[in-house]
Ligand binder design. Structure first.
Ligand SMILES: [Zn+2]
Length: 481
């Protein structure tokens, strides 16, 4: 029997506001424990929450960019549960009346596009953090994160494979980064994901029993945990077993999911409207004003890059995955508009490789680029004009990174210009041919496969500075004599 997975993701995105959602405390990550706290976010008696206007604005940005219907009136709810990192004994969230519903996100995977429906987007406050110190056997709690604003973005069960779930999460992260509402850093926990998953025999329409997987703190973890869980559930059902509805934890070291607790239901939380906060009313003017500030979004930009520069879909996808990468690419193309595809290759192969190796892409913005986009544009122009070869360009690129100098300066300083002088090349060719009379004879007897050998020898003699096109031409002429 073949099984099909049904996956729904619940994503929590920490918002990049400077202060918390219901008080004026700073949201700065990494501050000393409990330094960003006040009576409101530590839940002291008698305090009242005051809503941060900017949090609603960020929620509207995300809702508009995902084509959601925005509720003119929505309501705050208390989600009641006990945990030491939750000082009030409840979390302020939204329940039956969220700010946004019924949106969608389009993703592309292996050249195919797929629409994933969004059930809802709502705002809520984050909890603090428990720290279990094994050396002193103490449990500590840090409330710096308590009250940091979150968006919860819930998809419909439209995803069918682990790869689709990964692609959805990547698209969503790119979108939130474009909107500048979340930095998308999964390692620091500013983007978190829980996955609901069930399997059913292919062809059946009703859903099977689902489990929820927590602790997915990287794209790799999401995909691996889903693969594991799809296999586990399918094998359980195939052998006549039963799936238990429960919350499972992804163990990244052992690469397995294991039971954490039986799945809670909504009624376990005793939701009720928060009496300390008025219903949230969003006027149409405000929605329109936020709409007017939305940037060009990743999907639109991808299509435009393909149209405007004739880029393949793959290139456009890679370049628009981050707004700053797309900005960098377009700045380089403005320096040298004659060959947008060559610039795309350089950005993907060289620039992004350095960025990834040095982990310069952890935050919302890449702060240190290997070189300014203008220098990259100039480098590609110098290759296009035949001043340097592609091979030498790699050397120049590395020197640009370490010195910060412009490519033309480096080429002049290090004498890296290509030898395009036919006379000089002919002299080098003559030397090479004289040194290898046997090979020349073989070539002339019909072994034309030897041409690259001669090219290599001349290149070696010129330290790779020979203009390859001219060299090929001259060599063939000389060998035909
Ligand atoms: Zn506070």
């Amino acid at each position: 029997m073949e099984y099909e997975a049904i996956i729904r993701l619940e994503v929590h995105a920490q918002l990049l506001t400077e202060s918390k959602i219901f008080c004026g405390c700073s949201t700065t990550f990494g501050a000393p424990p409990n330094s960003n706290t006040c009576p409101v976010c530590t839940g002291l008696p008698g305090v009242l929450p005051v809503l941060n206007h900017r949090v609603v604005e960020f929620a509207l940005r995300a809702a508009l960019a995902t084509h959601c219907q925005i509720a003119r009136t929505s309501r705050w709810a208390r989600k009641n549960y006990f945990y030491p990192d939750l000082p009030k004994g409840y979390q302020i969230s939204m329940y039956e009346s969220p700010i946004a519903q019924q949106g969608y996100l389009d993703l592309t995977l292996n050249g195919q596009s797929k629409r994933v429906r969004l059930t809802r987007i709502h705002m809520e406050e984050d909890a603090g953090k428990n720290i279990h110190d094994t050396s002193s056997d103490a449990s500590l709690v840090d409330f710096n994160r308590a009250g940091v604003p979150l968006l919860e973005i819930v998809s419909e069960p439209d995803l069918r494979t682990a790869e689709e779930a990964g692609a959805y999460l990547r698209s969503l992260r790119a979108l939130l980064q474009y909107l500048e509402v979340c930095d998308g850093n999964m390692e620091e926990g500013s983007l978190r994901c829980d996955a609901n998953i069930s399997v059913r025999p292919r062809g059946r329409t009703e859903f099977g029993t689902k489990t929820e997987i927590k602790n997915l703190n990287s794209f790799r973890a999401v995909e691996k945990a889903l693969h594991y869980e799809i296999t586990r559930q399918s094998e359980t059902l195939a052998s006549g077993g039963r799936i238990v509805q429960e919350t499972r934890l992804w163990d990244a070291d052992r690469e397995v999911t294991r039971p954490m607790r039986s799945k809670e239901f909504a009624h376990d939380y005793r939701y009720f409207p928060d009496p300390d906060l008025l219903p949230l009313s969003v006027e149409d003017d405000w929605v329109q004003a936020v709409k007017a500030t939305l940037p060009e979004l990743p999907a639109e930009r991808r299509d435009r890059l393909m149209r405007q520069y004739g880029l393949p879909a793959y290139d456009a996808e890679v370049l628009t995955a981050r707004k700053d990468v797309a900005d960098y690419y377009e700045a380089a193309v403005r320096t040298y508009p004659a060959d947008p595809k060559a610039i795309s290759n350089w950005v993907m192969d060289s620039v992004l490789r350095v960025v990834k190796d040095a982990k310069l892409d952890a935050g919302l913005r890449i702060t240190t680029w290997p070189c300014p986009p203008e220098h990259l544009g100039t480098l590609v122009r110098l290759i296009g004009e035949g001043t340097i070869s592609g091979k030498i360009a790699k050397t120049v690129f590395d020197a640009m990174r370490t010195s910060g100098k412009a490519p033309d300066t480096l080429i002049a300083e290090q004498g890296l210009s290509q030898v395009s002088d036919a006379g000089a090349l002919e002299a080098q060719i003559a030397q090479v041919l004289a040194a290898h009379p046997d090979k020349v004879a073989e070539y002339r007897a019909g072994r034309e496969r030897l041409l690259p050998f001669f090219v290599g020898q001349v290149m070696k003699a010129t330290q790779s500075k020979a203009n390859p096109q001219l060299l090929n031409e001259l060599l063939k002429k000389k060998l035909a004599e």
